[in-house]
Design a protein around this ligand. Structure first.
Ligand SMILES: Nc1ncnc2c1ncn2[C@@H]1O[C@H](COP(=O)(O)OP(=O)(O)O)[C@@H](O)[C@H]1O
Ligand SMILES: [Mg+2]
Length: 229
C-alpha cells in the first residue's frame, strides 16, 4: 500500500536520508523507531511532499506520487499527523477537522470520526488551543482521517502525552486500522507503544534502516540498545 524505494533527502548539500527502502502492506502497522535527529521527521515530510526528494520513489498502492504536491498526495490517499500536532489553535475543533475534508468533496464531518473520538464531539465548538495535549492529538488524528486516507502517517504521536492517554491512543489506532483497513506508519521513540501497535518495527539510524523485526520475533534488547546510545 505504501512503497518507498531508494529515498534520498537532503537539506542543501547535506544528505539526511541515504536511500531508504520499505514497503507497507494493506492494513499493516509499521513503527519507525529512532533517536532524536535520526531522520524520522524528514522521512515523514518527504513522504508527504513537504520536502523534495533527491532520488527514489514513493507510491501509494499503484500510484506513483514521487513528483506530486502535498495536496495531490492527500487526494491519492496519504494523510499526516505532524510532530507537535500542529492543530489550528484559534479555530474550533469542528473547523479543524473540516480542513481535512477538502479532498473528499464532503462538507460535514462524518459521524464515524466523532464515534472514534467522542470527546471531540463534546468539544466541537471549543477552540483547538483550549484542548489538552491528548485531546489535541486526537484532533490531529481526526483531521487526518477526514480525508479518508489509505495510509496514515503519524510522527511521534506519543511525544508529551501522559501514559494512560498513550495506551488509549494505541487502542484507538488499532481500532482505526481494523475498521477502516488502512495502513499506518508511525515514528516513535517509545518502544512499549510501538510493540503495542506495530506488526513490524524498523529502526532508523543516521538516515538508514539498520534493523527490522516483525512483532512476533522482536529483539527488544537490540532495539532498546539502538534507541539508547
Ligand atoms: N530544516 C533543516 N535544515 C537542515 N538540517 C535539518 C533540518 N531539519 C532537520 N535537519 C537535520 O536532519 C537530521 C534529521 O532530523 P529529523 O528528521 O528532524 O530527525 P528526527 O525526527 O528523527 O528527530 C538531523 O541531523 C537534523 O539536524
Ligand atoms: Mg522528529
Amino acid at each position: 500500500m505504501l512503497n518507498v524505494t531508494d529515498l534520498r533527502v537532503a537539506y542543501g548539500q547535506s544528505e539526511v536520508l541515504h536511500g531508504l527502502e520499505f514497503h507497507v502492506a494493506p492494513g499493516e502497522i509499521v513503527a519507525i523507531m529512532g533517536r532524536n535527529g535520526m531522520g524520522k521527521t524528514t522521512l515523514m515530510k518527504s513522504l508527504m511532499g513537504i520536502l523534495p526528494t533527491k532520488s527514489g520513489t514513493v507510491a501509494v498502492g499503484e500510484t506513483d506520487v514521487t513528483t506530486k504536491k502535498s495536496h495531490e498526495r492527500v487526494a491519492d490517499g496519504l494523510a499526516y499527523v505532524p510532530q507537535g500536532r500542529m492543530i489550528f489553535s484559534t479555530m474550533t475543533v469542528e473547523e479543524n477537522i473540516e480542513t481535512g475534508l477538502t479532498v473528499t468533496g464532503k462538507s460535514e464531518v462524518p459521524g464515524d470520526i466523532y464515534e472514534l473520538f467522542p470527546v471531540l464531539l463534546e468539544m466541537k465548538k471549543r477552540r483547538g488551543g483550549n484542548l489538552s495535549g491528548g485531546q489535541q492529538q486526537q484532533l490531529a488524528i481526526a483531521r487526518a482521517l477526514a480525508s479518508d486516507p489509505k495510509v496514515l502517517l503519524l510522527d511521534e504521536p506519543t511525544e508529551g502525552i501522559q501514559p494512560s492517554i498513550i495506551r488509549e491512543m494505541a487502542r484507538t489506532l488499532k481500532r482505526i486500522r481494523d475498521e477502516k483497513g488502512l495502513s499506518i506508519v508511525v515514528s516513535e521513540q517509545v518502544l512499549s507503544f510501538a510493540l503495542d501497535i506495530a506488526d513490524r518495527v524498523l529502526v532508523i539510524e543516521n538516515g538508514e534502516i539498520v534493523h527490522e523485526d516483525t512483532r512476533d520475533s522482536v529483539d527488544e534488547a537490540k532495539i532498546t540498545k539502538l534507541l539508547s546510545v
